[in-house]
Write a protein that binds this ligand. Sequence first.
Ligand code: NDP
Length: 334
Amino acid sequence: MTTLAREYHLAARPQGTPTAEHFRLVERKLPDPGPGQVLVRNEVLSVDPYMRGRMNDVKSYVPPFQVGEPLEGGAVGTVLASGDPSVPVGASVLHMAGWRDHALIPASAATIVDTAAAPAGAYLGALGTTGLTAWGGLLIAAEFKAGDTVFVSGAAGAVGSVTGQIAKLKGAARVIGSAGGEAKARSLTERFGFDAAIDYRAGDVRGQLAAVAPGGIDVYFDNVGGEHLEAAITAMRRHGRIALCGAIAQYNAAEPPPGPRNLGLAIGKRLTLRGFIVLDYQDRFTQFAAEMGPWLASGKIVAAETVVDGLENTPQAFLNLFSGGNTGKMLVQL
Ligand code: NDP
């Protein structure tokens, strides 16, 4: 028996902002799983900003996507057929063969998840990579401590919204977020419990930050780069720490923009700027989950999601990350 799968391939490498023509929906017949393989019907797909970097032909911490080959990404689905008794038929599994409706994968690449304990999407978001990025980036990379004043950019997004909430739960003196648009900025205080918010689309990030954090900030969690990073460097207090998580403002730039023009301030202020990749904290996953699980179950952390329906809308869901089309984790439901 074969299964007809539909999967997205990289059709061409984008220069600048990708468009629909860089993605191609391809049908493929999958054979039954052989020994050590499982056939999975995907139910929820993750689209993430880092995938934009993988569309370029550059060496990074993950290999580039290949033109004419399937795209990859986090997904949760149900095992339809199994050639490995440790991953049985009916199990819900987390794996990296996203951007498709069915996947034939090694059983060793599938992690069984309990979708009775938490919804499938949570394993792609706050209980998964998103949550671990926020937790590790704030507590380890930025060396957060109670009493810190924290600034988070991309604060209404998946990582940012969780980061701000963890900072509050861990005793931050004040948590300030930046998001695009008046409604999103308002959601930071009203929905996610931030103390103050700025709308960067209104301009003058530096001036707005100074107005809401007149005494300065101790920690900056950077999801955006560019103007936000410069504004944060100006606002940092002495011995402040900056966790460099992402720089989405420049992922579609055809030419790399110049670095922060005020980096020299880091010297006199004795700042630490530390880049990190979530994989660095994989060995702390159990510790992370022991905190995050109860926070989510008790409602202490709100795990927002934006859910798009249908495999054929996956490219647009991905592209919408770059125009702020999501609040919380962007997911595609199949
Ligand atoms: P988000 O859910 O935050 O989605 C992206 C958001 O970025 C959008 O909603 C949009 O919000 C904002 N954005 C887009 N373009 C711009 C821009 N030009 N300037 C300012 N904001 C912009 O995605 P994630 O939470 O998954 O990722 C957040 C960041 O964390 C990304 O930079 C990502 O690459 C990084 N990351 C890093 C990891 C690591 O291991 N280091 C792991 C996971 C994520 P708005 O409407 O407010 O503009």
